[in-house]
Design a protein around this ligand. Structure first.
Ligand SMILES: [Fe+2]
Length: 348
């Protein structure tokens, strides 16, 4: 190996040719052009140089060489360092070989006999192309990082906003304290039993957390009334599902299921729920899930107007109302999730 640049040095161009005369002439032109060179007399030797020096920006390689030919070298070199700019030297009549080189990822080819002016021009062109590829990749990666960061910040500010809303409601309604997070947790466990994963599961989690957020607009004396509601008071409280959807709509355009859960969590299978009196499959299943776990948590929690029921009684009530009020399948999924009491952190 004849190497003007010591191995382990900073060669900018690797010249590979078994013909020492051609190799030296090329190296001289390229060095005159301002690039340090390293030389190899075969593909095998050239790979050894790359193994020791690492990536070299520019490679000029002959095709016909002993030990390892230029095509095999090209394939292996680009497998190791896909960003290297490789120029192949081919005979004038070897058009198919030249095409094959380009297909394998060579940036350019020069026909032999080599004209030194042409080498200078092709070297400039190849290095420019390589720089363009690297610049593009840098900008693309930079852009991807920025987009990911913006997305993360948007999600975080949404979560912060949601937590602020939930805290505002909890300050107003003692019962809601803890209710939203329990409903969210139960709903996720139930949804998992029903096969939900990914983004929809995340929307169910958020929908559980926010289902009663419209109660921010409900009068406090009604929210905390220690007795049955009048018809008028009940109408007032019913408005929370539509109000909740309206409050959240500007923030959750990319999470439409959260909005549907908030609007429809009081619908009933027989059409006697509110606000839209939807029936059966017209009610989104995600809202049917929140309806079941919401009712369960309401029954097993102390309310302003009555003490809590035992879990066993609440389960009987869910089963009794399955079909009329609640979705059979969802009640089944919830009861399976309930079997894992530690996961639900239930107080029996
Ligand atoms: Fe509600």
């Amino acid at each position: 190996m004849n190497s003007p640049t010591p191995i382990g040095g900073t060669a900018r161009c690797l010249v590979v040719d078994d013909d020492a005369q051609v190799r030296h002439a090329l190296a001289k032109v390229i060095e005159g052009h301002g690039l340090a060179t390293v030389q190899a007399s075969s593909g095998k030797e050239a790979l050894e140089v790359l193994r020791i020096q690492g990536e070299i920006p520019l490679v000029i390689s002959d095709v016909n060489m002993p030990e390892m030919d230029g095509i095999s070298f090209l394939r292996e070199a680009l497998r190791l360092y896909p960003d290297m700019a490789v120029i192949m030297l081919t005979g004038v009549s070897e058009v198919t070989t030249a095409v094959e080189c380009l297909k394998l990822g060579a940036l350019d080819y020069i026909s032999k006999p080599v004209l030194l002016d042409e080498v200078r021009a092709r070297v400039d062109k190849a290095l420019d192309k390589r720089q363009l590829v690297l610049d593009n990749r840098f900008h693309q990666q930079h852009l991807e990082v920025r987009v990911r960061e913006l997305d993360r910040r948007n999600k975080q500010s949404l979560i912060n906003g949601v937590q602020t809303l939930v805290h505002a409601l909890e300050a107003k309604d003692a019962y809601t304290s803890g209710h939203s997070s329990r409903v969210s947790r139960y709903a996720v466990k139930t949804a998992v039993q029903l096969g939900y994963t990914g983004d929809l599961l995340e929307q169910i989690r958020l929908g559980g957390e926010l289902h009663d957020i419209g109660k921010i607009g409900t009068r406090e004396d009604i929210l905390n009334k220690p007795g049955p509601l009048t018809a008028e008071e009940f109408e007032h409280i019913k408005a929370h599902s539509i109000l909740g959807e309206r409050i959240l709509a500007p923030f959750l355009s990319e999470s439409p299921m959260v909005l549907r859960i908030v609007r429809h969590h009081h619908e009933r299978m027989d059409g006697t729920g509110f606000p839209d009196e939807l029936r059966g499959a017209d009610i989104p299943q995600e809202a049917r899930i929140v309806a079941v776990v919401d009712a369960f948590d309401a029954m097993t929690t102390n309310r302003a107007y009555r003490p809590s029921r035992r879990v066993a009684d609440a389960v009987l009530e869910l089963q009794r109302c399955a079909g009329a009020h609640f979705d059979h399948e969802v009640v089944g999924g919830f009861l399976r999730a309930l079997g894992d009491t530690s996961a639900l952190s239930l107080t029996v």
